[in-house]
Design a binder for this molecule. Structure first.
Ligand code: AMP
Ligand code: MG
Length: 485
């Protein structure tokens, strides 16, 4: 690419094809932009010259100067938050700069988060602080390395602004890349207003972007819904396999693309406990670890409601079609989860009893305080009969020892190697993430860089500093995440 060509080859369809679903808005001009980190690998994937980008990243990704071809918009969406419907949320502190076609031909959205007020800001300040911006950077890169579909950080830029939360904090803008920012809540925004025409335009756009095959199906909108169900079942099964707890599975935080989005009060479970919840605002445990598959079904029911007029002109028939799908979700999710567990357990082929085998391991883990991540990593050692590293994770390993021979009888010949490619040694453990963010807020990026390097190579066996593989030291106060992001 020569120096005269635009730095980023924007090709913007959302703004072109979906009038009335967004508001054009310029980012705030950051007073003292400073590049914190640039994701050069992702820049290359997006077809952007990383060296040229590095020169300009602080300016363009802080909102101080717009790159050529960008047409920033705040997207409208609604959403059920903790079960209650808000008819108008929208990008209160985010702006979609535009779209690019990546090196694999996929259309990707590039957006700023923390770039100032928009018409959707409601009571908020439109800003973000360095800590939450870098948290989203870290967790997104970890999820990507762990093989889970996710939005990713392209850059983090300090703005030089002060952001007022519980305390004054240094401000930052996250540049975030997504397969698209179309959410369940995007459909809800127009459905809630009775604007079926826009629901249809949005559905057609989503089909073209995420389910092109659905366009030629007998009922394209049902085919779209089926596609979303399949992607979201796989996504949540992937989260469950990793012990990931999103923390705010509101319908505005669920994508049609099947990518994880909006890392706020998320965290990884350490000791296995189905009711684990970290978010200070989730008082009832609505979004606790084991509830996530149920919320998946609940959120997809909200999406189905918006699509009813497209499923069939006859309302009764449309509801029947939706209900057929909705009642099947539990089984589809279960199948996706059993697939994840088969891989985690190194099982050979498929057997009808695999789900029960996985269930029974969880039963053996219940109440034992066994670290989720380490249990699977050390099960790989137990494929050869060596339980010396595994058993000490359990307070009482009696039930585990009854379970092990059943599992060993089902193992693939190369189970140990397979399991070590599936079960990470390193996840972004909560206390390490916190340490990295506190240091970064004080200007020291070293812990962040160390952690980022470890979590982007999560399956390697040899080079680890043990510190990155172990749970929080005993005696730390229970981990709590805050929504003041
Ligand atoms: P979230 O909790 O990040 O998923 O955001 C929920 C809604 O609140 C979205 O409409 C956001 O745009 C909005 N929001 C969150 N934080 C801010 C902020 N600091 N300023 C303005 N709007 C915000
Ligand atoms: Mg959100």
């Amino acid at each position: 690419m020569d120096a005269a060509s635009p730095l980023i080859a924007f090709n913007n369809t959302y703004a072109r094809d979906l009038p009335g679903t967004f508001i054009a808005q310029s980012p705030a001009k950051a007073p003292a932009p400073r590049l914190l980190r640039l994701n050069r690998a992702l820049a290359i994937e997006l077809g952007i010259d990383p060296d040229r980008l590095e020169q300009q990243a602080a300016m363009i990704f802080s909102g101080a100067a717009l790159p050529e071809g960008a047409a920033p918009i705040a997207q409208a969406y609604a959403g059920h938050q903790f079960g209650g419907f808000s008819p108008q949320l929208g990008d209160g502190r985010a702006l979609l700069l535009g779209e690019v076609i990546d090196s694999t031909g996929q259309r990707r959205d590039i957006a700023l988060k923390g770039s100032g007020l928009t018409p959707f800001s409601r009571g908020g300040d439109g800003k973000a602080a360095i800590g939450p911006v870098l948290r989203e950077y870290l967790i997104g890169e970890a999820m990507h390395a762990l093989g889970v579909p996710t939005t990713r950080a392209l850059a983090a830029v300090a703005t030089g602004d002060v952001v007022y939360r519980e305390a004054p904090l240094p401000g930052a803008v996250l540049t975030r890349v997504a397969a698209s920012y179309i959410r369940v809540g995007t459909f809800q925004f127009f459905a809630a207003r009775g604007d079926t025409a826009r629901v249809k335009t949005l559905a057609d756009y989503t089909i073209a972007r995420h389910d092109p095959g659905a366009a030629s199906a007998a009922n394209p909108y049902l085919a779209l819904f089926d596609g979303v169900i399949a992607r979201q079942c796989r996504l949540i099964a992937g989260w469950m396999g990793l012990g990931f707890i999103h923390g705010v599975m509101n319908t505005d935080n669920m994508t049609l693309s099947g990518e994880t989005i909006d890392y706020g009060p998320c965290a990884f479970m350490e000791g296995y406990a189905p009711g684990t919840v970290f978010s200070s605002i989730d008082q009832t445990g609505r979004y606790a670890y084991a509830n996530q598959p149920l919320i998946l079904g609940w959120n997809l029911a909200r999406l189905a409601e918006t699509l009813l007029p497209l499923f069939d002109a006859d309302e009764t028939r449309a509801v029947d079609l939706a209900n057929d799908r909705l009642t099947a979700i539990a089984g589809q999710y279960r199948a996706a989860w059993v697939d994840v567990m088969r891989a985690k357990l190194g099982l050979d082929g498929t057997d009808d009893a695999d789900g029960a085998l996985a269930d029974d391991l969880l039963a053996a883990m219940t109440g034992q305080g066994a670290d989720w991540t380490l249990t699977f990593r050390r099960l790989a050692d137990a494929t050869m009969g060596d339980t010396a590293t595994l058993a000490p994770l359990f307070k009482d390993s009696t039930a585990l020892k009854i379970w092990l021979p059943r599992w060993q009888a089902r193992l693939a010949p190369d189970a140990q190697a397979r399991m070590n490619r599936t079960n990470p040694a390193v996840i972004p453990r909560n206390h390490l993430v916190e340490d990295a963010l506190v240091a970064a807020t004080e200007g020291d990026m070293v812990p962040f860089d160390r952690l980022l390097a470890e979590i982007t190579d999560p399956f390697a066996e040899t080079h680890f500093n043990e510190r990155y593989t172990l749970p929080a030291p005993q005696g730390l106060a229970p981990y709590v995440t805050y929504c003041g992001t």
